[in-house]
Design a protein around this ligand. Sequence first.
Ligand SMILES: *[C@@H]1O[C@H](CO)[C@@H](O)[C@H](O)[C@H]1NC(C)=O
Ligand SMILES: *[C@@H]1O[C@H](CO)[C@@H](O)[C@H](O)[C@H]1NC(C)=O
Ligand SMILES: *[C@@H]1O[C@H](CO)[C@@H](O)[C@H](O)[C@H]1NC(C)=O
Ligand SMILES: *[C@@H]1O[C@H](CO)[C@@H](O)[C@H](O)[C@H]1NC(C)=O
Length: 276
Amino acid sequence: MESLKMALFNGLALVMMLLISAEAQGEDINIVNLATAPASAPFSSPPVSAPAPAPHYVNVSNVLEQAGQFKTFLSLIAGTQAETQLQTQANNTQQGLTLFAPLDGAFSSLRPQYKAMLSKLTDEQKTSLVEYHAVPMFYTLGQFQTLSNPLSTMGSYKFNVSAFGAQVNVSTGLVNAPLTSSIFSQAPVAVYEVNKVLLPEEIFGLPIPSPAPSPTPVSAPTPALSPSAGVQSPLSSSDHTNGAAHTWHLNAKDLAIQSGLAMFGFLFLLLNQQCV
Ligand SMILES: *[C@@H]1O[C@H](CO)[C@@H](O)[C@H](O)[C@H]1NC(C)=O
Ligand SMILES: *[C@@H]1O[C@H](CO)[C@@H](O)[C@H](O)[C@H]1NC(C)=O
Ligand SMILES: *[C@@H]1O[C@H](CO)[C@@H](O)[C@H](O)[C@H]1NC(C)=O
Ligand SMILES: *[C@@H]1O[C@H](CO)[C@@H](O)[C@H](O)[C@H]1NC(C)=O
């Protein structure tokens, strides 16, 4: 009886270690549609003692090109020094890269004022704008929950990221952009889709008041965020044009880890019960 219990206990401990190591490696399943990711995927990792796989070389431009809907962003990148900077950062496997890529539609739906400003940017400003869409660190979706704001981008400007469950927003002060899809997420590179161009106030100036009838959120005070809180309260939106709030499903890995933890707890209690 005692040895059976030990064997069961050891088995459970191994499952726990596998789950934790899968989480630590940040092995996000490479998905476009998070809802349909296979639930069994996280268990394909080899046992803990296996050597870590060699870091993956990711061609950033190629990822964007393959995705198909980032032609404007790609041409913006191609015209600047940021192209090499992005790839150099992606090659840096210690830190990696998280890129927020605006869809073509994000550029075409910019307000006329911003379109005009965009077309007149200097080369230096274009580089800054591209750099503003990149963070010099690899972040999985789950890690956005615990980041402290503001977040330094690859350039000299910062933005805030707020997350609640699987919903993540990037807020620049001028725009509030929800992450609408995970294009690529495999250490050391993550590419997330946003449906708005991230406009830094430093280049595009202070917010232009929204046309009526939407209330002007600029004057509404944002409640102070408690730095100790893991999950932050939603930021006030400075752009009401996007009504669609994208609710994401937790990815398969997170669910597997959670159910693994629950199962472990349950069996642990059961074992203790039988000890008495
Ligand atoms: C990266 O991908 C782009 C676009 O597909 C391609 O033009 C370029 O040659 C690739 N770079 C390397 C180093 O493979
Ligand atoms: C990134 O790494 C790849 C593969 O090692 C290499 O071909 C490419 O030149 C590197 N790019 C930069 C900008 O360092
Ligand atoms: C970003 O967060 C900081 C600290 O919580 C806050 O002071 C600042 O106003 C926020 N900025 C934006 C644009 O939301
Ligand atoms: C994200 O922004 C939307 C508005 O676009 C808002 O409804 C939602 O509460 C925000 N979520 C977070 C986590 O900040």
